[in-house]
Design a protein around this ligand. Structure first.
Ligand SMILES: [Zn+2]
Length: 279
């Protein structure tokens, strides 16, 4: 097992590289790059929340209790319909700190075993999903940047644990008993597996739904409108081109959408032809 400091050093180095790539190649601002680097570095210690009541676990929960409330506070205030003033925000931050530092820490200590499902690929996705959902603001690219950083940091921990399970005694390579217990899809116990995969599915569903991937096509999209007219041109009502979106009508594009407006496809233009016969 790699030591706490080795995990942090490894994930911080990877995080620094990730931050540089984000701000130079991927077009993010230096601030976004530094934030991604910091969170990638911190995510490198996340799997070891299952270490029990030892010093590393206390340190991890100390950092987690300080950082996580900043991501969660806006969601908690909105969910509980609390007033959005400075005092409520500060009180919520303090309450979240104590809940995570002591409540969540005690619960995880009681329920988890070291190298259980916290050390797994599904847990990596859950951590990334939580970062995506918790990241404030509507900018989908920033959310993906941070979630990917958390996944990369988490993965660096799992990989380092597996590297440390290989021993070289000068003659031959030997695998420790812990080999394969970090970089895994599922563990040997049924209940933790079911719980983890239920959480994995829920978190992924929430992310995909927030991304709009699961949305059904709008009812007034050109393809949907052209279909009835093409099927019965003589009896159908003339199809009008869809009006430009106004504040009162139709589904609005997401504010972060950068997809330019497309010209009407040929199918849509044909749909207007029955108008001749109807008149
Ligand atoms: Zn570990």
């Amino acid at each position: 097992m790699a030591a706490f400091r080795e995990h942090i050093t490894f994930s911080t180095l990877i995080g620094a590289g990730y931050g540089v790539v984000a701000s130079t190649v991927l077009g993010f601002s230096p601030t976004q790059g530094i934030l991604a680097a910091a969170l990638t570095g911190m995510a490198g210690m996340l799997p070891d929340v299952d270490l029990g009541t030892g010093r590393p676990s206390r340190e991890i929960f100390g950092v987690l209790a300080a950082i996580a409330p900043m991501f969660l506070v806006h969601h908690v205030i909105r969910y509980l319909k609390l007033p959005y003033d400075a005092e409520t925000i500060l009180l919520t931050l303090i309450a979240l700190y104590f809940i995570i530092r002591y409540g969540v820490a005690r619960l995880i200590n009681r329920l988890s075993v070291h190298r259980g499902m916290f050390h797994s690929i599904p847990a990596m996705f859950i951590a990334a999903d939580i970062a995506y959902l918790g990241y404030p603001g509507p900018n989908i690219r920033s959310k993906i940047l941070i979630a990917t950083g958390v996944a990369v940091g988490f993965l660096s921990h799992l990989i380092l644990d597996e590297i440390y399970s290989v021993e070289w005694n000068g003659v031959a390579v030997r695998l420790k008993k812990s080999a394969g217990s970090a970089l895994k899809i599922a563990g040997p116990r049924f209940v933790p597996n079911v719980f983890t995969f239920a959480l994995f599915c829920t978190a992924n569903f929430a992310v995909l739904s927030q991304m709009g991937v699961l949305d059904r096509p709008a009812a007034d999209s050109p393809a949907m409108m052209a279909l009835p007219a093409a099927q019965s041109p003589a009896t159908s009502l003339p199809v009008q081109p869809s009006p430009l979106p106004s504040p009162q009508s139709g589904p609005q594009p997401a504010p972060w959408s950068t997809i330019p407006a497309q010209p009407a496809p040929p199918m849509f233009q044909q749909a207007q032809e029955p108008r001749r016969f109807a008149n």
